[in-house]
Structure formats: C-alpha cells, structure tokens
Design a protein around this ligand. Sequence first.
Ligand SMILES: [Zn+2]
Length: 700
Amino acid sequence: MSHEDFPTENPAVVTCGLPYANGDLHIGHLRTYVGGDIYSRALKRLGQQTAFVCGSDMHGTPVAVNAAQEGVTPEEFALRHHEQYEETFPKFDVEFDNYGHTDDATNTETTQEIVRTLEAEGYVYEKEIPVAYDPDADQWLPDRFVEGTCPYCGEHARGDECDEGCGRHLEPGEIEDPVSTITGNSAEYRNREHKFFAVSDLQEYLGEFIDRLEGTSNAQNQPREWIEGDLQDWCITRDMEWGVDYPGEEDLVLYVWVDAPIEYISSTKQYTERVGPDVFDWETAWREDGDIVHIIGRDIIQHHTVFWPAMLHASGYVEPRAVMASGFITLEGKGFSTSRNRAVWADEYLEEGFRPDLLRYYLATNGGFQQDVDFSWARFRERVNNELVGTVGNFAYRSLLFAAREFGGTPDVDLSESVRERIETAMAEFEAGVNEYSVREVGDAAVRLAQFGNEYIQRNEPWKLDDDDPEKAQVIRDCVQIAKAVAVLFEPVTPEAAENLWDDLNEDGDVHAVGIDAALDAPAAAFDEPTELFEKIPEERVEELNEKLEARVDAATEDGEAEADADDEADAGTGAGDGDEPTEEAVADVEPIADERISFEDFQDLDIRVGEIVAAEGVEGADKLAKLTVDIGVEERQIVAGIKQLHDLDSLPGTKIVVVANLEKAELFGVESNGMLLAAGDQADLLTTHGDAVPGTKVQ
Ligand SMILES: [Zn+2]
C-alpha cells in the first residue's frame, strides 16, 4: 500500500526527536530541528494542514543522576534546560506550533491513558526479574544508576546500554558485575516484579507496517532485521520517583521511552487546545487519518520504527506515515565533544553575528538528510559566499536594482512562456522534495532557479539594450518574477532572507503564509532599490573562528579528562542529542599532501566521467564487494567496488557518482570490473556532483 502524495486532505503532524533536558545545544543538535522546520514549512507551502510539534524530554536516569550531583531536584534541573531550549529554537527560526515537555499534566494524562489501554487490551504482563540494588544506599538502581560489564561483548557498559562496546540496548538484570553509581560499591541483584509490554505479540503487524513506512531508506531498511528476528518484549517500568507514575502502582514509574514519544501526541493536543479544533484537530490526526512524519537522529530508529508504532497500534492510534532519520554530524572532520568543549554552541554561533539562515542552508543542503555531514568554518564560508551571496543574493540584487532604476519596479509586460515553464519546473522539484522526504531537494530547487536567473540575465544583457527595445522590459519582467518565485520557494530554508526579498519586492501579505502558487502571481508594479540579502564572510573570519575553537579545546583538555565523560554520557535522550556524537571510526586522519607533482598532461590521461548508479548488489562470497551497474552516458558499465558493508546498497540506484572510465579492466572474485568509482576515505564516502551534470559528462 502506498500513500497518497502530499498535499493530502488529512491533517499532518511533523515532529522532531525530543531534546533531552540535560545540556546546552550545539549546532550539530540543530540539524534535526532545522530539517523538521524546513519540512513543516514546505508542507504548509503546499497547502497541507500541518502541526509542527516537539517538547523537552524531562525524565530518565541521566537527569536524575545529574540533578543529584548538582544537589537540585530533577524537576528543577530539567526545567532549566527546557526553558533554555524553548528560547533557543526560535532564534534559529525553528518555529514549533507547540513546544511542551514530558513532565507536564497533558503528557502525564495521555501517557497513563495509553498504558491503561495497553493493559486493557492484554498487551501488558508482569514478570519477576533481577534488578540491581544498592544495599548501602538502600535503593534500587535503574539504568544509569548502575554500571558493569556487557554480557554480549564484555565491554564496560551502563545499565541500559552498552555504550562503549556493541551498542546494544540492555534490559534490567542483564549487566554483569553491577556497580552502583551512587556509592561506587558493588550492587546486588534482587528479584522484583516489573511490567512488560508484549511487543512480540505485534510482530506480524510490524512486518506489514514496515512495508508501508515512508521516509529515508535507513529508517525503512534497518528495522527489518529487528522485526523479522527474535522480537523482545520491553520492560516498561523502573524503580524510581522521577518519571510518569505507572497507573495504580506506587513505587514504579514508566520507562522514559514510554512517555517520551507520547509527547508527540500531547504536544499536538496542546496545540489544538490553543487554536481550537477548527484550525487543527489532534484527534483526527492521531486517532483517525493523520499523516504523521517523525524526524529523528539515526541512533533512535529502532525506538521509532518498532517500539513506538507497536505502542500506537496496540492502543488504537494512527501509525507513523514516515520516519526521516538524519546522519551523524562532525566538526572539522572529528566528533563534537560537549565535555571537551569541542563544539560550536548554538548561542555562540549567533553571538558571532551570523544569521540563522546561513546555518539552516548549510545543514539542510550539505548532503542528503541521512548522510553524515561535516561542519567546517571554511566550507561554511565557501557555501555562503558562493551559493547564498554569489548565486541567490547576486541574482536578486542585480535584477531588482536594474528594475527599480530603469522601470521603477516591474515592467508592464506579460511573463514570457519559457520563464513561466522554468518556474513551474522549480515548483515541481520543490514538491518532489517534500514527497521524497528530501529537505536538500527543497532547498536546491530554489538555488537552481536563482542560478537559472543569473544565467538568464547574463545571457540577455539587458543593460546593453536600448530603452525602447521591448526585449529589455521583457528580460527584466521575467527576472522580477524569478526573484519572487525564489522568495516563495526558498522561504522554508532561509525564512529571514525570503522575508527581506519579499519586502524588497514591495509585496503585500506574509511570505511565510503564502501558498506555492504565489511564485507565479504577478509581482507588485512599483518597488524601490533592493537591499543585499546575504553578506560575504571574509577569509580572516575563518582563521579567527578556527583559532577560537582550538584554544577552547586545549583549555578544556587541560582541565582534565576526569570529568569528561559525565557530559557525553548524559546525551541519552530521545532526540537528536544522541545522534550526533559519532563513533571514533567516523573520524578521519588527514594524510599529508604528496610531495611529487604531476603534469597537467598526466592528469588529462585520466578519462573521468559522471556516472549514475542503475543497480547495486553484493558480490556473492565476498564480504566487502558490491557489483554496480553504472550509466556513464555512452554505455552502461559493470563496476566492482569495496562498499558492500559501508553503504545501504538498496538506496544507491539513482545516485550520481564519479568514475575513472579508462582504467584497465580487472577481475575481482570472478566478476569483471570495468572502471573505478571515486570515494573518500575508509568509509568510502562516494564522490558525487553538486549540480545537474548528466551521466557521461567529462570531469576536468
Ligand atoms: Zn556490548
């Protein structure tokens, strides 16, 4: 069963993984929220009724542990971070329709109601399990209150997760050699009745669900292994005070992963309470036929594609339509480290005087949503200067300046047919971006249109034409329309610049509220000289920012590593906070540049072409090799490459790559390889093209 394309008649709910109320936000954290905001704005632009909701994740043991260390109550500790997040998101133009938190009355009620329904429907049972207990502190030790050895891989692990080893979720009682994090003493296991959610009863349902699920391919494919394997029931209670009380049980609270995703529903409810069901009805969305889109970090795919849909289905709620899971984010090639102060903090970015638009553009379009993204100040500058200033800003400024000076606004002629068609193409690309769950495509559609506008004005050189030449008025009329369309199509990614461009065009109404068709509505007849939409970043700024970062990392490292891990561990929430601390493997060592130079002629001997992957499958008997069919324009080639374990082969067809076409043929595991694809580093990050180069185009 496939879903109807957006816009649909249904109410849509777009959610972002809840940030865990436990630390400061850095720009890596913002990737999910910016992506969610762009997606929600783009849906609304298409006319889809949409609620964009989120909230802070307040519960769980990391908050309890850190609050105890600070000597404050968990509530006070979590609320402080909640308020900070609530303030920070709007500064980046991430505008939730509702932002709540998991400890408020709405979420407590909704969670307890859902748990009662699960009980009534027979999905909850009791079982006696061993639970770690600290006899000295006279206290049970859930999750982070206990550490020990992972029973699967033998590495040091936390009570609920093997964070340093195999990465498995650990159930209570599984960890070996338990030690209390409260007293540091050995803990003992005592038997205790706990509640379990019978996820395994829903295996058949989940198998069907995953076939229907849309979104990024990592979220569609990864869960199959879990769903088709030996599905474990989840222990959904914990022995602690901080959390949502289990209905009817005095000393048990619900596991944080029960009440956290339910906040998606609760936050939508609060939105309806505020605006009224005529504007948005949470009940239709969540209980009848809503289109629910979850935007998360990829480390919490399992929670959103197995546990959460199981809970929704068993309690009579609508299942997710799509899950978009973002890749990791690195900083100058290495992981963000909150404890070592190796991060660009959200507040710091703004204090440096950068507009939110620039970061939004970078995060949204510097790679596909599920791909890993590296942030560097140098690349940030390059993309701002080349694409935002050089392409979008330059086109808008030169066109509108010329129009204002020569015509006092929009020349009084009709839009030419060819430019109308080009704008319609951009609108179709924007819509396709939404339906393909690609925020990058949403942004690129507008930039490509501005690029076209630049070429159009350059090719027609209206400044060389006589005032009475009708061609002059025509070219400018067309350019003003393109500028207006860019404002409409670029608004989801750069809302502030879109608003400024809208003002420059002297347009009435609110650029944030218009539908996509406004791109083709006639522009205002009169407007004044425009402003510059974006400012160039000088090269010295990059050096200065890099030096600041290095100095801070050095200072933090000197402060000692002892405290280091406390913060990093704390990033254990349900939101993007988890998704952006990459493993060591993601960190590349940069090799020095080779001493020896080659001649230009040597380089020209290489026949390098743009290719497009048509098909990809594993080579039988070879762990690492994949067999690719690649369209290189003149013909299709079979190329064997060592990327089987590094890429999701199903998601590769359609990907543009770069191929050395005149390399000698080779035979690998009995399979002929006719050419070589180019890839960067140990993780074989595939080289691709930024623009529209078609297969067969020579790379030079
Ligand atoms: Zn392990």
